[in-house]
Design a protein around this ligand. Structure first.
Ligand code: SAM
Length: 330
């Protein structure tokens, strides 16, 4: 089955596509958002994805949709990617954070504890895999990752069990890891969710540096958007939503920074975004009934002002061991 886009109508009405404008879909996936945008205006759309499978789909679609240009790469470096095709300013950017159903449903990609497959979890096809993380990192680093990125309460117990088990045999498959985590926490104990859910989430976020990518993507969007340009971000859990909310509120001066109208008396830089609404948009009952994956989705939108992009980097608010340490060990 393909990927059912989440909050599609809401994304469209936040982006407000117009003829002659240029947009970026930083997470092309199955192209659900991109195709709706291309159908609603005579525009140019750059579809970025770090997954070669998604870009292969995009290339096939581009044959019927001349406004679509696929770009393989990470949205965290979207301004560099776009500059390779001569684009330096755009009117709208969409990000739909996380993995697609294509990736989850394909056992070979190693994302799911419900399907057996190699322990991979990389959205792109490079860098350390999930197997490298669980087979090579120290118990204390694993614990930090499970705690920080999974908010897993039993992080210590799970990390110790992984390190004990790999002494006899390294982990190679998803079900192998899922079983180890389940045993470590004493089984399912009547819980609705699998006991390895948060551990898998944490490893996936770590392997793909998802929070780092989001932070860099927001800053890149700030640099690329024209005044009046719309930034539309859909997230699926609280760590990501918090980061987007914090960024938008900070850049809108809602955290006690500068004022667009009185920059000379302001403490910080002039606001680079306007918040059209403070609260996130959530899916309605019908959508969560038809698509349970939509349940935890949140959409936030901000409109670029004419103030310069802030020099301050965007913080993820988390500290996990750098992925580079693992890259060096491989
Ligand atoms: C939830 S899906 C997007 C679905 C899409 N909105 C649709 O309607 O079909 C997320 C996609 O973003 C991609 N992705 C995630 N993080 C990325 C990043 N940092 N840079 C580029 N692509 C990324 C994933 O590979 C995946 O294909």
């Amino acid at each position: 089955m393909g990927h059912v886009p989440v909050l599609l109508d809401e994304v469209l009405s936040a982006l407000q596509p117009k003829d002659g404008e240029t947009y970026v879909d930083g997470t092309f996936g199955g192209g659900g958002y991109a195709l709706r945008v291309l159908a609603s205006a005579e525009c140019q759309l750059y579809g970025i994805d770090r997954d070669l499978d998604a870009i292969t789909r995009a290339e096939a679609l581009a044959e019927q949709h001349p406004g679509l240009t696929p770009l393989l790469g990470r949205f965290g470096e979207m301004d560099d990617l776009l500059s390779t095709v001569g684009v330096t300013v755009v009117h709208g950017i969409m990000l739909d954070i996380g993995v697609s159903s294509y990736q989850i449903d394909e056992g070979e990609r190693g994302f799911s504890f419900m399907r057996d497959g190699p322990l991979d979890m990389r959205m792109g096809q490079t860098g350390p895999s999930a197997a490298d993380v669980v087979n090579l990192m120290s118990a204390s680093d694993l614990m930090t990752i499970f705690r920080q990125l999974g908010e897993e309460r039993q992080a210590k117990r799970i990390a110790s069990a992984i390190v004990a088990r790999r002494k006899t045999e390294p982990f190679t498959t998803t079900l192998d890891l899922a079983d180890c985590v389940e045993t470590a926490v004493g089984g399912r104990r009547g819980k609705k969710t699998h006991p390895a859910t948060l551990t898998f989430q944490a490893i996936r976020m770590y392997v793909n540096d998802e929070l780092g990518e989001l932070a860099r993507g927001l800053a890149a969007a700030e640099r690329l958007l024209a005044p009046g340009g719309r930034l539309v971000v859909v997230t699926f859990h609280s760590l990501e939503d918090r980061l987007v909310k914090q960024f938008m509120r900070e850049r809108a001066g809602a955290l006690g920074g500068g004022s667009r109208y009185m920059p000379e008396v302001a403490k910080g830089p002039a606001p680079s975004f306007d918040l059209k609404r403070r609260k996130a948009i959530e899916p309605g009952e019908a959508e969560t009934r038809d698509n349970p994956r939509a349940r935890s989705s949140r959409l936030r939108v901000a409109v670029r002002t004419d103030a310069p992009a802030w020099a301050d980097p965007v913080s993820t608010g988390k500290s996990v061991p750098p992925l580079k340490v693992l890259e060096a060990a491989l």
